[in-house]
Design a protein. Structure first.
Length: 242
């Protein structure tokens, strides 16, 4: 991971760089960290980074202005991720208008930096991983797995309930669920399979979904569904995502 650090305080600049490098080693993350005392002169170099740490208070161009300039020049790309570094909590609300990835408080750098790096790596990896796509209706329609909340059997058709719309095709739930189970879906009923990323809770009778829908759990599928859901929760916890 290529990281840029901008701060007008030379001592803190070195301290932040060393803290980032040490934290990265502890989580087995390979990083290259470049330090800049004046970000305005090095915007082109900062654009090439995966992640930049910007001090909010700096002479000439401060972190907020620098962040905006980076956004203007990255042509819609999400990288580099911007992390604001500040010693003043009251700047946080102002800085939110710049849509930063995260904040680091100068007095808590050694505590907060590791989790910031972990979350950044996950985000960067997800941006670089091609989306999983399935074809419907003979390839006429393409859906990304990340958009499908759940699938439902409706007569002789399968309905794909997505974030903003729904799609239908002829098929059987058995066949569709078998394909989707390797993509993060859990079969919970004869008529339903859910994307585990959108499950808000699961009990002995129902599954709550992110869009507010409550789906039933079939007796045949209950034990396996709950086991898969618990394994997913444990995996997320081990990865530090919760």
């Amino acid at each position: 991971m290529n990281i840029g650090i901008v701060d007008d305080d030379y001592l803190f600049l070195d301290y932040l760089r060393d803290t980032i490098i040490n934290a990265a080693k502890n989580i087995e993350l390979e990083v290259n960290a470049a330090c800049f005392n004046d970000g305005e002169k090095h915007i082109e170099e900062l654009q090439k980074c995966d992640m930049v740490f910007l001090d909010i208070e700096m002479p000439n161009m401060g972190g907020l202005e620098l962040s905006q300039e980076i956004r203007n020049q990255r042509n819609g790309k999400e990288l580099p991720l911007v992390v604001f570094v500040t010693s003043r909590d009251n700047y946080v609300f102002t800085a939110l208008s710049c849509y930063p990835f995260s904040f680091i408080r100068k007095s808590y750098v050694d505590i907060e930096i590791a989790n910031c790096l972990i979350q950044a790596k996950k985000r960067i990896d997800s941006l670089r991983t091609p989306p999983k796509i399935i074809q419907l209706n003979g390839g006429k329609e393409l859906l990304t797995i990340e958009d499908i909340i759940y699938v439902e059997k409706e007569g002789n058709k399968i309905v794909y309930k997505c974030k903003y719309s729904e799609y239908k095709e002829r098929g059987t739930m058995t066949k569709v669920a078998k394909v989707l189970e390797n993509m993060g879906f859990i079969r919970i009923h004869e008529g339903f399979a859910v994307n585990v990323e959108f499950v808000t809770y699961m009990d002995n009778k129902n599954v709550g979904m992110y869009n507010g829908k409550v789906l039933p759990i079939g007796r045949t599928y209950k034990e396996r569904a709950k086991k898969c859901y618990e394994e997913w929760i444990n995996k997320k916890a081990r990865m530090g995502m919760w």
